[in-house]
Design a protein around this ligand. Structure first.
Ligand code: 2BA
Length: 108
């Protein structure tokens, strides 16, 4: 068995969870925050049988979209701790995925 951890954009999470559950995969949704943009994203935990990993990756791939966003980061550039915002274009991926081996899976 594998544990798939997928970090996706909040906009894609509802349709992804719906499609996963329709396909009878179990999923846990966590609210998370990206370290770089410091904005919300969604982390999904999915325990799946080895032979289902590709199916889950397919579902993620066609549900989650890469987006180019313009954000503003703050920098201290002036005396007196004045913050100057500057725009930054960032391409946020459709999903960041980790696949881990599961030693044991227990449901009580
Ligand atoms: P954030 O950390 O908020 O990053 C959002 C996007 O900003 C990233 O998209 C990437 O395009 C850019 N970015 C991140 N760190 C950067 C840096 N040090 N310098 C320049 N640009 C940077 P993605 O790579 O698609 O990542 C989307 C979200 O997935 C990330 O949100 C983070 O929450 C998570 N993530 C990505 N890689 C990860 C990793 N190796 N470990 C843990 N979480 C990761």
């Amino acid at each position: 068995m594998k544990l798939i951890i997928a970090i996706v954009q909040d906009q894609d999470a509802p349709s992804l969870v719906e499609e996963l559950t329709e396909n009878e995969f179990r999923v846990t949704k966590l609210a998370s925050t990206g370290g770089f943009l410091k904005s919300g994203n969604t982390t999904l935990l999915m325990g799946v049988e080895n032979e289902s990993v590709e199916k889950v990756l397919d579902i993620i791939e066609h549900t989650c979209k890469t987006r180019e966003i313009t954000t503003s980061l703050l920098s201290v550039t002036m005396p007196g701790d004045t913050y100057i915002p500057y725009p930054l274009d960032v391409k946020v991926g459709g999903a960041t995925i980790f696949i881990l081996d599961v030693e044991k899976y227990i449901r009580l």
